[in-house]
Design a protein around this ligand. Structure first.
Ligand SMILES: [Zn+2]
Length: 299
C-alpha cells in the first residue's frame, strides 16, 4: 500500500536527522563506565598494590589515569573492538550460567563465533593479563603501561552491571538512556564525594574462575539499578533536572560498591601479571621515557 506523503524531501531529511541523533545518543552507552569512573578506578587500584609494584605504577600514574578510556576511543573507529567491552552471556545462557561457566572456567575454551557479538570482555581480561605478564618478563616498560591500561579498562567494564545484560540501555523495559544515566550522569554527580578503598591486591590463583565470579557479582547488581530508575521515574519524569539527583541517591551505593570492587580487581590483575612474570626488578623502567609509548593496537 502506498501513502500520499506531503513534503517527501523534508520527511526524508527529518528522518535522517532523527537517525543521526539516535546514533549520537546511542554512541554514549557503548563505552562502558564513563571516563571519570575509569580514571578513579585506575588511581585507586595503584594504592592497593604492594611495594615495589605500587612505586612503579605510582610513578606512571599520569599515563595510567590519563589513558584510562583509550579502549573506548578505539571502539569508536574499530568495529572489532566494540564487543570487547561487555558480556551479554544471558543472550545464550541463563542465570546462574552453568553452561557458560563450564566452557569458560572448566574447559577453558575461547569464544565461539556466535558468542563474539554478545561480548568477549572476559576473554579480553585474561588475554591482557597474559600480555602484561610477558611485558614484565621482557622488561618492556612502554608496553607495560599500555597493556596495564587496557587490562584495567576491560576489568572495570565487567564490573559495570549494565554491561552484563542484553537490556543494557533499558531498551526492552522503557528505560532507554539508563546506561549513560548510571555510568556517567550519576558518577559525575557523586564522584567528588567518593573515596575508593579497594582491598589489597592478591595473586589470583585461578584467573578464569575469578573473572567469572566478578561477572556473576556484576550481573546480580543490574536489577537494583533498573528498580531504582523505575521507582524514581514513578514520581519524577526523565526530563526533569531533579531526576538524576534522585536516581543518584537511589543507585549511587551500587555504583560506588562496583567501582571499589573494580579497583580491587584491577590491582589484583596487575599484581598477578607481575608475580607470574617472576616479580622482575622494576628499577629498569627509568630507561623508558614516559612520552614514548606508541599507540599500539593489539589484534
Ligand atoms: Zn569500555
Amino acid at each position: 500500500m502506498t501513502q500520499h506523503r506531503p513534503f517527501p524531501i523534508l520527511c526524508f531529511l527529518f528522518r535522517k536527522l532523527l537517525t543521526l541523533s539516535l546514533v549520537l545518543v546511542w554512541a554514549v552507552p557503548s563505552g562502558a563506565w564513563g571516563r571519570r569512573a575509569h580514571q578513579m578506578v585506575n588511581a585507586a587500584a595503584i594504592k592497593a598494590l604492594p611495594v615495589p609494584l605500587r612505586s612503579y605504577f605510582a610513578a606512571h600514574q599520569f599515563y595510567l589515569v590519563d589513558h584510562a578510556s583509550d579502549p573506548d576511543l578505539r571502539a569508536e573507529t574499530d568495529r572489532r573492538e566494540r564487543p570487547r567491552h561487555f558480556a551479554e552471556i544471558e543472550a545464550y545462557d541463563r542465570y546462574p550460567f552453568l553452561q557458560f561457566r563450564r566452557q569458560f572456567v572448566l574447559e577453558r575454551l575461547g569464544a565461539a563465533r556466535a558468542q563474539i557479538r554478545h561480548g568477549t570482555v572476559m576473554w579480553q581480561i585474561e588475554r591482557f593479563t597474559r600480555y602484561l605478564e610477558q611485558d614484565f618478563r621482557q622488561r618492556n616498560w612502554g608496553e607495560v603501561n599500555h597493556d596495564a591500561v587496557y587490562l584495567a579498562h576491560y576489568a572495570a567494564d565487567l564490573t559495570q552491571p549494565l554491561h552484563t545484560v542484553v537490556n543494557y540501555d533499558g531498551q526492552e523495559t522503557g528505560q532507554r538512556g539508563i546506561h549513560a544515566r548510571f555510568e556517567a550522569g550519576l558518577v559525575d554527580l557523586l564522584a567528588d564525594q567518593w573515596v575508593l578503598r579497594p582491598r589489597p591486591a592478591t595473586k589470583l590463583a585461578n584467573l578464569r574462575s575469578r573473572i567469572f565470579e566478578e561477572f556473576i557479582n556484576s550481573y546480580r547488581q543490574a536489577p537494583a539499578i533498573f528498580a531504582a530508575d523505575r521507582s524514581v521515574r514513578a514520581s519524577i519524569p526523565y526530563t526533569s533536572p531533579r531526576f538524576l539527583q534522585a536516581f543518584a541517591a537511589a543507585a549511587g551505593p551500587v555504583a560506588y560498591a562496583q567501582l571499589e570492587d573494580a579497583a580491587s580487581f584491577v590491582a589484583s590483575l596487575w599484581y598477578t601479571s607481575w608475580v607470574r612474570a617472576g616479580k622482575p626488578n622494576l628499577s629498569g623502567w627509568k630507561a623508558a621515557r614516559a612520552d614514548r609509548y606508541p599507540p599500539k593496537w593489539r589484534d
